[in-house]
Write a protein that binds this ligand. Sequence first.
Ligand SMILES: [Zn+2]
Length: 163
Amino acid sequence: MARSCTVCTHPERAAIDKALVSGEAVTAVASRYLSVHQMALYRHKDEHLPARLVKAQDAAEAANADTLLAQVRTLQARALGILDTAEGTGQLMAALGAIREARGCLELLGKLMGELDERPVVNVTLSAEWHQVRGVLLATLQPYPDARAAVAGALATLESRNA
Ligand SMILES: [Zn+2]
């Protein structure tokens, strides 16, 4: 951003940029901001505005993605907390529900991270974490063969449906 640009240093720069981005004619913008020369507006539009837009978009997208990731991680942590409680008190249906929620969060995390980073490692993580949760649940149910069989069956149905 060259300091000599009277648009970049203009106190109304944000409004001017917005007008230019929305496709308003440079002549129209110039007639509204009398202190800005029309030629300066053309130069700013061609040379400075694109870089500013890219920067703003990157920042907004990064912030948005971070927020989404943080929210999904919070949800996932809560679902796993509920799973612990449900397991601890022998509430199997509630445990199943919590597993389903945790799994949904994992999938969402995988998708979000996949959009941020296209490397296929995401699916490995997703599957590994899911198998960990699944393993913990089935191990916990070891003393209750009937319940364990029922849960295993329900998980198999769930997995094949989501496969
Ligand atoms: Zn400029």
